[in-house]
Design a protein around this ligand. Sequence first.
Ligand SMILES: [Zn+2]
Length: 107
Amino acid sequence: MTPHPTQIERLPDAVGVQWSDGHQSKYSYQLLRQKCPCARCQSEKSDKNLLRLLPVDPLVKALTVVDIQLVGRYAIRLIWGDGHKTGIYTFEFLRSLQPSPTKTVPS
Ligand SMILES: [Zn+2]
């Protein structure tokens, strides 16, 4: 069973997620925007002739999450500073972006 977030926090430059299995993740806005799963962003990415430039400055509006909404019990929707809000990030997808570190035997 996929772990689910027990707490989702909007940080100044990232989204912090506390998972039900104790794992903690931090997703930078830039990463989340690059990975935006909405149809529009996905088709832009698959169009190799289109050069897609994302602002590097994390303070620009396009790279700022202004709101996080819960979608059912399986995903969150991110509302971006530039008005983009069609990306639904499922918990499974978020978790796959930052899987648990492989457990190492304590030395
Ligand atoms: Zn998108």
